[in-house]
Design a protein around this ligand. Sequence first.
Ligand code: DAT
Ligand code: MG
Length: 150
Amino acid sequence: MVIRRMKTLQQTLAILKPDCVQKRAVGQVLARIEAADFRIKALRMIWLTRRMAGSFYAIHKDKPFYDELVSFMTEGPVVVAVLEKEDAVQAWRTLMGATDPSKAKPGTIRRDFADSVSRNIVHGSDSEENARQEVDFFFSRCEWAAEDYE
Ligand code: DAT
Ligand code: MG
């Protein structure tokens, strides 16, 4: 008897950061996301306030780079998206590449588009629990595309 493991769909939050919008790379990054078989469940452009960016990155508030991070994330609009796929949290982090683009693998989004660790083009949730919280930070579930759209 063949036992098939049930694979469950997972969601994660992506942010295309201000440098991505400034470089006019939004289309190219979204194309890579779709080419990697993610379904885009929700998508919006938004210019974060310092309060929003500070709250989103509250976990880093004691880090030396926190002020720089908040300033960067508010210097222009970002694109926020809910991505869905099997094992989406890990799959999106793999596609993004390492936080420091100079250490990211060839073919990853950060390696190909980012200038530095502090201006690294994209954000991705780092765990299923954080993904749930980050998705809820930006989107109401009622905004999501219907389950059955193709
Ligand atoms: P990631 O975005 O890969 O999850 P992180 O959660 O450790 O990385 O840090 C959040 C963001 O903070 C990161 O995308 C860019 C910025 N950052 C991290 N480390 C930094 C550093 N050493 N210098 C400047 N900015 C940094
Ligand atoms: Mg992180």
